[in-house]
Design a protein around this ligand. Structure first.
Ligand code: SF4
Ligand code: SF4
Length: 131
């Protein structure tokens, strides 16, 4: 099965996410779940990305909007705190940046190859409210 391409499965085929039962998915950290080889967690798809989200913790209010809206479950949160991005699975869609409510945003998109420290050094200032 591991060597089959996506277009080689019969219509209606089922791919199982886990090899074993997971008692409580909400409290089991991703790295502790028994993912099966057919689950995309075991494959890195980060090389699809041409832009990457960079996280600036100085402005983050831990609202978790990015965690809720990321379509690839690539926001890493622990104990209700945003701690970073899973770049093995993030595809660079930018949705996390769109939903981040802080001023300035705590997540911004940058060219995939730009140095992270350089991205953080050029972070925009707070926008003043129009009167
Ligand atoms: S850029 Fe898209 S895939 Fe990557 S962390 Fe943000 S919302 Fe998720
Ligand atoms: S949406 Fe922005 S402020 Fe909210 S947790 Fe994510 S990075 Fe932090």
């Amino acid at each position: 099965m591991a060597n089959k391409g996506w277009d080689e499965f019969d219509a209606g085929a089922i791919l199982f996410s886990f090899n074993d039962k997971v008692d409580n998915i909400a409290t089991t950290l991703a790295e502790d779940r028994p993912y099966s080889p057919s689950n995309s967690f075991t494959a890195s798809v980060g090389d699809w990305r041409i832009e990457k989200p960079i996280f600036n913790k100085d402005y983050c209010i831990d609202c978790q909007f990015c965690w809720i809206y990321c379509p690839d479950v690539s926001i890493i949160a622990r104990d209700k705190k945003m701690i970073g991005i899973d770049f093995d699975h993030c595809k660079g869609c930018g949705i996390c940046v769109e939903v981040c409510p802080t001023n300035p945003k705590s997540l911004l998109m940058f060219d995939e190859h730009k140095d992270d420290d350089e991205c953080l050094a050029g972070w925009p200032e707070k926008d003043e409210k129009e009167k």
